[in-house]
Design a binder for this molecule. Sequence first.
Ligand SMILES: NC(=O)c1ccc[n+]([C@@H]2O[C@H](COP(=O)([O-])OP(=O)(O)OC[C@H]3O[C@@H](n4cnc5c(N)ncnc54)[C@H](OP(=O)(O)O)[C@@H]3O)[C@@H](O)[C@H]2O)c1
Length: 270
Amino acid sequence: MKTILITGASSGIGKTTAELFQSKGWNVVATMRNPGAGADLAQHESTLVTRLDVTDSDSTLDAVQEAVNRFGSIDVLLNNAGYGAYGPLEAFSMDRIERQFDTNVIGLMSVTKAVLPHMRAAKFGIIVNISSIGGKMTFPLGSLYHGSKFAVEGISEALHFELEPLGIKVKIVEPGMINTDFGGRSFDFEMGTELPDYQPAIEGMQKAMGHYAANSSSPDVVSNVIWSAVSDGSSKLRYRAGDDANVLLDARKKMDDDTFIGEMKKNMGW
Ligand SMILES: NC(=O)c1ccc[n+]([C@@H]2O[C@H](COP(=O)([O-])OP(=O)(O)OC[C@H]3O[C@@H](n4cnc5c(N)ncnc54)[C@H](OP(=O)(O)O)[C@@H]3O)[C@@H](O)[C@H]2O)c1
C-alpha cells in the first residue's frame, strides 16, 4: 500500500485528489489548516487528516512525522496548497505580497524539504507540484500570482535534475481554469480603487476573465492528471490539465512575445 501526502486537502483539487487516491486503495494523508474541514475524508480508515499550514514550519514537520509514524513512508507528495493574488502591484501591502510567496513558493519548498529525507532514505518518491497555465504565461494584473507560479516551474524543473539520481521524480501539473473555491475565498483580488490610473485595465481584465472562466473544468480533471503523473511510470516532467490549458499553452508556445502581448491586449479590450 502506498501513501500520498496532500497539502490544501480541505477543498477543490486537493480534496478531489484525496478522494481519488482513497478510491484507488492508497493511504492518504490529507493535510489542511483546519482539520475540521476534513471530517468526511477522515471517515476512511486508511486516511489521516491532520493540520499543516505551509507557512508554519513546525506544523509541517509535525504533520510529516505523524504521517511517517502512521504509514511508514511517504511515497508521493502533492504540493497543492495555494491561492491567487491579483491586482496592481502598487496596491498590495508588502504583507500581502509576502503572503503570496510564502504560501505558493516558500511553503512548497518547506514541505518538500520536510519530506525529502524520508524519500531519500527510501530511494523512492514522487513529488507533484501544482503549478498553473499561469506558470507558463501571464494575464495582466497577475504579477504576484504568476510570479509565484513561474517560481514553482523553475524550482520544480531544477529539482527534477537534482533528485532523479536519488530515485525521486518531480512532476509539474499545469491546470487551466478549474471550478473550485480558487475564484472565491482563495482569490485575493485587489481593485486598487485609490489608484484611478489602473481602473481601465482592471475593468477590462474583469470582463475578459468571465470569458476564460466560462471554459473551466471540474477539479476531477486535475485529479485524474495527477493520478496519471503518479502512475504512468515515466520521468515526464510536465502535465497539463483541462482543455483550455492545452489550447492556451499551445497558442502561447507558437507566439513570439510581441504577438502574445498584442493578442492578450485585444482579449482585454485594450
Ligand atoms: N482553480 C483554478 O483555476 C486553478 C488553476 C491553476 C492552478 N490552481 C492551483 O491549484 C491549487 C489548489 O487550488 P484550488 O483550485 O483547489 O482552490 P481551493 O479549493 O481554494 O483550494 C486551495 C487550498 O489551498 C489551501 N491553502 C491556502 N493557504 C494555505 C496554507 N498557508 N497552508 C495550507 N493550505 C493552504 C486552502 O486551505 P483553506 O481551506 O485553509 O483555505 C485550500 O485547501 C492552488 O495551488 C492553485 O494555485 C488552481
